[in-house]
Design a protein around this ligand. Structure first.
Ligand SMILES: O=C(O)CCC(=O)C(=O)O
Length: 260
């Protein structure tokens, strides 16, 4: 499974710029003919939450059109990071991930379920109420957005529901890059799963973003670690490694779900 991680810089509150920029990076990513490409969190607007109602993508229409036609044209699965989405009926705004198959079919719409209070997400956004799991070419993939990483119950639920690959898309700041690295490694070890994590880079106001997109194998070894610049990283993973690791120490099978 060839994966392209698009470690993108995001221009605060400027969807016009960000849409063009994302598409240009996605085109560049195709040079390596990936099976899957992944964008970071909130790539359309950054954390311009004060203007969320004004700049969010209404019903995700623009994003869905762009990602779906790109996926179909290039025969690639697109895990669309996340975007600010305005739901026209309810007027709620959500931090939403869309995923499209190689044929441009929508596989998932996932609204971030853990809103990050430190960034006031809970004041501006509505939390989702279902988890994000897809099946792609017989591989189950669990999807998470940034802060979701801090809740081990979520990744374990995704794994108990069949996920062998966990994907996190983020705007995780440099101030807590150590947490990012250690939590990603922990999620991979405890769940004996691949973890692929795509973070943004650059700066927004006073906040620095470290990039540091990562891929961790099911033994917890770092197989890719990005730097702090805008880059596209490519990795080829063999999902069968998960079965081998789980066969060796059967952690998932040995759970006592009758007790906890
Ligand atoms: O948990 C953290 O430290 C970062 C989370 C975050 O920035 C987010 O969810 O957007």
């Amino acid at each position: 499974m060839k994966i392209a991680l698009i470690q993108m810089d995001v221009k605060f509150g400027d969807p016009e710029f960000n849409f063009k920029h994302a598409e240009s990076l996605m085109n560049q990513a195709m040079e390596n003919k990936p099976d899957v490409m992944i964008l970071p969190e909130m790539w359309n607007t950054g954390y311009d939450l004060e203007r969320a109602n004004e700049i969010a993508d209404e019903d995700g229409k623009r994003t869905k059109d762009m990602l779906s036609s790109f996926a179909k044209k290039h025969c690639v699965m697109v895990i669309g990071g996340s975007i600010l989405t305005l739901h026209s009926e309810s007027e709620d705004v959500t931090n939403t991930m869309f995923v499209f198959s190689r044929t441009g079919e929508e596989l998932l719409s996932y609204d971030k379920i853990h809103l990050f209070r430190l960034m006031d997400e809970h004041k501006f956004l509505k939390a989702g109420n279902k988890i994000g799991l897809i099946e792609w070419e017989e591989i189950k993939i669990g999807l998470m957005i940034c802060y979701d990483l801090r809740f081990p119950q979520l990744s374990r639920k995704l794994v108990n529901d069949g996920a062998k690959l966990l994907v996190n898309v983020a705007q995780w700041p440099t101030a807590r890059v150590d947490h990012w690295k250690h939590l990603l490694i922990a999620r991979a070890i405890e769940n004996q799963s691949f973890v692929v994590a795509v973070n943004r880079c650059g700066k927004s106001g006073d906040t620095d973003f470290p990039g540091h997109s990562m891929v961790i194998d099911p033994l917890g070894k770092i197989v890719l670690e990005g730097n702090k610049n805008e880059e596209i990283y490519h990795i080829d993973i063999n999902i069968d490694d998960v079965n081998e690791v789980r066969g060796h120490i059967p952690v998932i099978t040995d759970q006592r779900l009758d007790l906890y």
